[in-house]
Design a protein around this ligand. Sequence first.
Ligand SMILES: Nc1ncnc2c1ncn2[C@@H]1O[C@H](COP(=O)(O)OP(=O)(O)O)[C@@H](O)[C@H]1O
Ligand SMILES: [Mg+2]
Length: 342
Amino acid sequence: MPLISLTNVTKTYPPRSRNESPTPAVDGVTLDVEQGEIHGIIGYSGAGKSTLVRLINALELPTSGSVTVDGRELTGLKERELRKVRLGIGMIFQQFNLWNSKTVWGNIEYPLAVAGVPKAEHQRRISELLHFVGLVDQAHAYPDQLSGGQKQRVGIARALATNPKILLADEATSALDPETTRDVLGLLRRVNEELGITIVVITHEMEVVRSLAHRVAVMERGRIVEHGDVFDVFSNPQSQAAKRFVAGVVATAPEGETLEALRSRHPGRIVSFAFADGGTGQSAIFLELTRRGVTFELVHGGIDDIRGRTFGTITLALTGDERSIDEALATLTPVATITEAV
Ligand SMILES: Nc1ncnc2c1ncn2[C@@H]1O[C@H](COP(=O)(O)OP(=O)(O)O)[C@@H](O)[C@H]1O
Ligand SMILES: [Mg+2]
C-alpha cells in the first residue's frame, strides 16, 4: 500500500472577492507516494503545490476526494487524531521558519517538547540530530548568526526530531544559492537513504527534481499533467509543461528562437537525435553519416546523467546529397529518436 495516497482530490478555496469565481487550487488529483521514495512535485507559482502539501499534512481538508496517509483516511478524523498524523510528518520551508529567539538547540528541542518526549531524552536526541546535519559547533548559535544553508540544516533537524516517516519539503532550496542547494539536496538524500524517510519535494526547479527525486509529478493549474520516473520524464517528456521544465535544464531539440538562430548560422538540414541509455548511439550516428558521405556539424545539444543513466540530444546540421541524408536517417531510426526541424 502506498504511504501517501490521494484519490481524485479537489480543493476549492472560497473566492477572495465577490467578482472572483472560485477556481480549484487542486483539481482532481490522484497520486500515490510509495514508502521509501523521493517524490518530486514540480510546477510554476500558483500551480497548487503548497495546497497539495497542506492536504497531505492535514492542514487543509479536501473539498472532495480522499487523502490517505500511512493507512489512515484523513477526512473524518477528529482533530486529536489529525494531530497524531501530523506528528508522523516533518516539514521544511523556503523561509526556514525558525524561532529567531531560540538557539539551534532550542529550535530542535521545541518539537520534542510539543510531542511530550521526556526531558531526559532530549539531550541524546538533539546531539544525534546535530551530528547528522553537521551543526554540532553551532548548537548554541541563534538563527540570524547562521548562513541560509545552515538555517535549512536546522530546519531539517527540527523536522526529523520526532522521527517522522514522511518529510515534506516545500521549496526548501529556493532561497539558497546553487552551491548551498547542492549541499542541502545531498543532506536530503542522506535523510532518505540512511534514515529511510519518504520525501515529497515541492519545487519549481527541475534541477532539484533531477538530482534528488526518483519520481515526479508535473502540476499545472491544479492538475497533474504528467507523472512518472524522473528518467523517463527527462528523456521523453510528453506534456508541454514537462517539456518546458526539461528544456530549462537539459538540451532538447531546438525550437523557436534557438532554431531560427541555428538556421541563420548553418546551412543544411537541422536534425536532432535524442537517445536514452545509449552507449553506442553517438558513434553509430557519426559512422552512418560518414559512410554515406554526409557532412555534419554539431550545432546544439548535450548529454546528461540521472543516477548513472545517460540521455541527451545532439543536434547536427547535415549537408550533402538529399537522398544519402534520407537513407542515413532511415537507417538510424532504431538508434535514436530523430526530429528534423521543419
Ligand atoms: N488560503 C487561500 N485562499 C484562497 N486562495 C488560495 C489560498 N492558498 C492558495 N490559494 C490559491 O490557490 C492557487 C494555488 O496556490 P498554491 O497552492 O500556493 O500554489 P503554489 O504553491 O504552486 O505556488 C493559487 O491561485 C492561490 O492564489
Ligand atoms: Mg507554494
